[in-house]
Write a protein that binds this ligand. Structure first.
Ligand SMILES: *[C@@H]1O[C@H](CO)[C@@H](O)[C@H](O)[C@H]1NC(C)=O
Ligand SMILES: *[C@@H]1O[C@H](CO)[C@@H](O)[C@H](O)[C@H]1NC(C)=O
Ligand SMILES: *[C@@H]1O[C@H](CO)[C@@H](O)[C@H](O)[C@H]1NC(C)=O
Length: 399
């Protein structure tokens, strides 16, 4: 480790070198790369994409602690890729204070993300600002309702091969596609996000996670037109803690089994979450006629459902009309302390694959009340080995 004096000297030198044009000293002594110094133009008209990329490259290549600063103001951005690996001291901070507004032309986006982080180890994304995907103008280009092979519009924040990172205190609104998509990444901590899009906006998932290990989402409020958080193939060791969802489609594992040779989902904890008026509560969904894979080791604990259409649901015939069974094997799933109200009388629906039945599913202390007149809440099951303990409203499936 370098001694204090050396680090101090380097910081003085670096801020002296940069402060006159592009960078100034940062709060922790590192250098701050302000997008304004790289030509960003706040205001609603002119695009600032190149200025943002230049400022990132300078911050990322800086030989010390660095922060990319986006001060207050509205910045128009097209496709923006923040690429690593960085030479700066880990972590690099991106401080978003202003509002980023997506260019509302769909041809401006060629890939999976509007704002992408690629191959970065150690990122802090924070600052209280707003990331506005301009979905209100772009949703008309989504044709997924009529085309099963549609290409989703870009995610507002796309992270690929990002490790050891923390995203917090950001507002995401009206994404054109997903609000956040995390893939090929490890150890991502997400907290205190606010994600908002209308309940009828298409495919505006809050956070989609795939092919990643150790992702934690906590203390966030997510209101969208699609899944609140969706856990796709290859997700392992994911924790969702103290998240409020709704409107939207609830917290989902899947959809799984659409692609050939999918990776398993293993290790998911969803705890202390609230679902408000969502179409599904906690759902596992897999395509029929799929290739084999597994989804296992899942715990759903202390969940409140408030007027949720399908509070607890496993659906292995998701997405297409094929009658061939899914080969995604779901096992070791625990539901504990799930309470609240169901909008449909079928409060628990465990419809598993005839080819690979669900094994070791356990429900403990379930209290889902149906407020409709004349019917009690019920459970339906198929091809599921289910154990029960504690209170059961609805009563267990009749086998
Ligand atoms: C992230 O971690 C994975 C697994 O350890 C590694 O293969 C990858 O190179 C790392 N990426 C970066 C950008 O450090
Ligand atoms: C799983 O995630 C937790 C944090 O949520 C972390 O402390 C733990 O080390 C992770 N385990 C593995 C095997 O990656
Ligand atoms: C559970 O969630 C509520 C908000 O719904 C929060 O106030 C409380 O701190 C959370 N408890 C724990 C143990 O995380």
């Amino acid at each position: 480790m370098a001694n204090r004096t050396t680090i101090f000297a380097v910081l003085i030198l670096s801020s002296a070198l940069f402060s006159c044009n592009a960078a100034g000293p940062g709060p922790s002594g590192g250098a701050v790369f302000n997008v304004l110094s790289f030509g960003a133009k706040p205001g609603k008209k002119q695009e600032s994409t190149q200025a943002f990329i230049k400022a990132w490259n300078a911050a990322c290549n800086f030989n010390g602690q660095s922060t990319l600063l986006i001060p207050l103001g509205i910045y128009k951005l097209g496709e923006t890729i923040f690429r690593g690996p960085c030479k700066s001291i880990i972590p690099i901070t991106v401080q978003v204070q202003g509002t980023l507004q997506a260019v509302s032309d769909p041809s401006a986006y060629s890939g999976d993300g509007w704002i992408s982080f690629d191959s970065v180890n150690g990122l802090i994304l924070t600052g209280g600002g707003t990331i506005d995907g301009q979905g209100r103008v772009l949703w008309q280009y989504n044709n997924c309702k009529t085309n099963g092979n549609c290409v989703l519009l870009a995610a507002s924040i796309y992270m690929n091969n990002v490790n050891n990172s923390n995203v917090n205190g950001i507002n995401l609104i009206n994404s054109m596609g997903f609000h956040m998509h995390i893939t090929g990444s490890n150890l991502i901590m997400i907290h205190s996000l606010s994600i908002t899009a209308p309940g009828n906006s298409p495919n505006t998932d809050g956070i989609h996670i795939s092919k990643s290990n150790t992702v934690e989402v906590s203390m966030s409020v997510i209101r969208t037109g699609d899944d609140c958080i969706s856990i796709g193939q290859g997700s392992t060791n994911v924790t969702i803690n103290t998240v409020t969802c709704g409107p939207g489609h609830g917290i989902s594992v899947g959809s799984l089994g659409k692609e050939p040779k999918e990776l398993d989902v293993k290790g998911l904890i969803v705890k202390n979450c609230t679902l408000l008026g969502t179409t599904n509560g906690i759902r596992i969904k897999t395509y029929p006629a799929s290739n084999p894979s597994r989804a296992s080791g899942m715990l759903f604990q202390d969940i409140v459902m408030d007027n949720v259409m399908n509070p607890i649901i496993i659906d292995q015939h998701y997405g297409t009309k094929s009658t061939k069974p899914s080969l995604v094997n779901i096992h070791d799933v625990d539901y504990q302390n799930i309470r609240g109200t169901t909008l449909s009388p079928i409060a628990v629906s465990l419809m598993c694959s005839s080819q690979v039945p669900c094994q070791n599913v356990h429900l403990q202390n379930i209290n889902l009340q149906f407020k409709g007149i004349g019917r009690r809440p019920t459970s339906v099951c198929a091809n599921a080995k289910v154990g029960y303990s504690g209170l059961q409203i609805p009563p267990p499936c009749k086998i």
